[in-house]
Design a protein around this ligand. Sequence first.
Ligand code: SF4
Length: 488
Amino acid sequence: MPVMEPKIEQPYAYMRHELVEPDWTRLPGWRHITATEWASAQWQRVNCIKNIKGLRALMGDLLTDAFYADLERDQAERATMSMLVTPQMMNTMVPVTGVYDDGVMPAAGQEYTRAFYADPVRRYMLPVFSDRRVDWPSHPYSTRDSLHEHDMWVAEGLTHRYPTKVLAELLSTCPQYCGHCTRMDLVGNSTPVIPKLKFDLKPVDRYDAMMAYLRATPAVRDVVVSGGDVANMPWKNLEAFLDRLLEIDNIRDIRLATKALMGLPQHWLAEDVVDGVGRVAAKARERGVSLAIHTHVNSAQSVTPAVAAAARAMLDAGVRDVRNQGVLMRGVNDSVKQLLDLCFALQDEAWITPYYFYMCDMIPFAEHWRLSLAEAQRLQHDIMGYLPGFATPRILCDVPFVGKRWVHQVDTYDTELGMSFWRKNYRTSIEAADTEALSREFVYYDPIYTLPESGQAWWREHGEVDAAHAAAEVSAAASREASIAQLA
Ligand code: SF4
């Protein structure tokens, strides 16, 4: 008897898409680049797009002069991150593969430029002035270190925010710089708008201080080894750091944070790196420690065969899991289809577990990317039930001074003023003596332009950052300076 396929129309129609590596030779500057050059991490690093001149050399007449002018103005007046895009990532913009587009190369000039403007990867890797809001480019309460990670440094670069886990920022560079980077305070080169904070200590002294803290703090069992991006650390130095971590009995989970698994998969496919990961993974297994890789993919078109091969190489080398923590952004992945297409590409084709999507943090000039809490809650609701439960990502709000909260955990929510109030069940490292920490409400703000007119009017009247808030910012900055000076 023939099997009848039930005809039920669903809000999201699942369809398997095989991964395709876009053809880089479609771009004028890379017409003669061979597959061997493309596969070389060194070639990828040397040929990153770092400025408008480099972008022009690559794209030829595909883009109009108006686009370059828009980008140039953004670099001068808005960008919080300097430009750095790997060839691998450039090649996924307007990919023309027929997977998520019609497979037809747009004509050079206006048509290509329109497609480039609309491209989700372009929107966060090469932001332009006209992308940003003009009414409220920044939320009045946006800050450079919006998660106050530096305030919670227990050693330079070591943030202790949650009871059992820490974040170790080993370095302040990445192979690629994302326009929306939460660590824009520290990561990357200074821009005309944002001078960057620099580490004071030499790396060797910084790592020693981190190790000393971890050895002396048995309550910490989980270390996120991050940056920046660990792919920018010479492997032998990273392996030495991981070996030291594995010597500490209380450390049970180690997570390596690297967007480069997607942005520069060639790095994680290099023989010396694969062998090195294998050595560390074997040691971790022997000691019963879970070693995982956490990456950062925001768009389905970024998941290519090279990315899947890098993830697979890491799993084969012995890491326990490769997980994705994306960032939810308007125009990038703010629809159910975009989110689920991405999650299925990760889960089915690349063996990367979709794990979290963070709401974009309240950094300067990020309002055009940010969604309201209500929008994030709706998306969380609408993606449930399609993926296996273990691969259904949670959408999170990273509430300043609280930490990650699932978007439905909000305590109270004023949708008119766009203020959500949150509570927490632990003290951060700066609240040891704070008796109110567990009963206080902490606030998070929606983008003002998403509010009803009455709420927007309220903010027009009260939108100046009040004196108390400004004073708190100054004192946080002063205490940070003081603690860094002390560590030095
Ligand atoms: S890779 Fe991560 S740390 Fe580096 S710029 Fe992007 S978001 Fe920031």
